[in-house]
Design a binder for this molecule. Structure first.
Ligand SMILES: CC(C)(COP(=O)(O)OP(=O)(O)OC[C@H]1O[C@@H](n2cnc3c(N)ncnc32)[C@H](O)[C@@H]1OP(=O)(O)O)[C@@H](O)C(=O)NCCC(=O)NCCS
Length: 219
């Protein structure tokens, strides 16, 4: 089910990332990711505007706003805007951007875990032993990911979630703030788990679940 492209080999640094980074996004989430990147010793040298081309050419907080179709040579980026991480990355990759990675110094990533290129791991997040996370996945503030978890690409793990050991999350899934995915549960690709839900049973691809215990609903 879960594809994990471009993940570093065991033993590779968990955040083999560029010192200079561009953020795809110009909104409040980009402000937050910029702080995380700077805390990690990276320089955020530009912002990429994916939504509103009228901002291209402006300067925000001292950073130039670039169009996605003109990456500087060798430039790398992370996705710092809402919406489909998969679609945003497809556009950036097509334009020639490389993947950056941001791992905040106050996150804990197990040395035996593997992160795909383009992941963001925020302050207070924990990624447990032998967990594998695919490319361009967001592990937001205080998100707790247990051991031996398999997480696909382009997943959004929002603040304060808790994923138990051996759980599996498919590509493009979203887990809302504070949700709990009990150990061993499988969440299908592109599923949405609402904030505060407690998932006790597998969730199908593309399904939306909410509540305690989590049940499917129509959005
Ligand atoms: C699930 C979610 C994506 C909303 O999805 P949606 O399909 O647009 O849902 P709607 O807002 O139209 O609400 C549909 C119904 O679900 C209910 N609902 C919405 N979110 C819910 C939640 N987290 N738990 C329980 N019920 C919820 C609504 O009250 C509504 O019920 P009603 O039909 O009886 O009035 C959203 O509520 C959510 O949980 N988002 C995550 C937010 C988050 O984590 N943000 C992080 C910011 S850093």
């Amino acid at each position: 089910m879960t594809s994990t492209p471009n993940i570093p080999k065991p033993g590779a640094p968990v955040h083999p990332t560029a010192r200079e980074l561009h953020l795809a996004g110009t909104g409040s989430f980009a402000v937050e990711v910029a702080e995380w990147a700077e805390d990690a010793g990276q320089a955020v040298v530009g912002l990429i505007e994916l939504l509103d081309s009228s901002r291209v050419g402006s300067v925000l907080a001292g950073r130039p706003v670039l169009a996605p179709d003109a990456p500087p040579a060798g430039a790398s980026a992370v996705i710092a805007v809402g919406g489909s991480r998969r679609e945003h990355w497809a556009r950036l990759r097509e334009c020639g951007w490389g993947s950056g990675t941001v791992v905040h110094p106050r996150a804990h990533v197990s040395p035996s875990a593997r992160l795909g290129a383009g992941c963001i791991v925020a302050p207070g997040a924990v990624v447990g032993a032998e967990t594998i996370i695919g490319e361009h996945t967001l592990v937001s503030r205080g998100a707790l990911v247990g051991h031996h978890v398999r997480i696909g690409a382009f997943v959004s793990l929002l603040p304060g979630i808790n994923v138990g050991g051996h759980a599996e999350l498919g590509d493009g899934a979203t887990v809302g703030m504070g949700a709990v995915i009990v150990n061993g549960t499988k969440i299908g690709a592109d599923a949405i788990v609402a904030a505060g839900a407690v998932v006790l049973r597998d969730v199908g691809a593309g399904s939306r679940v909410q509540g305690v215990p989590a049940r499917e609903y129509r959005g």
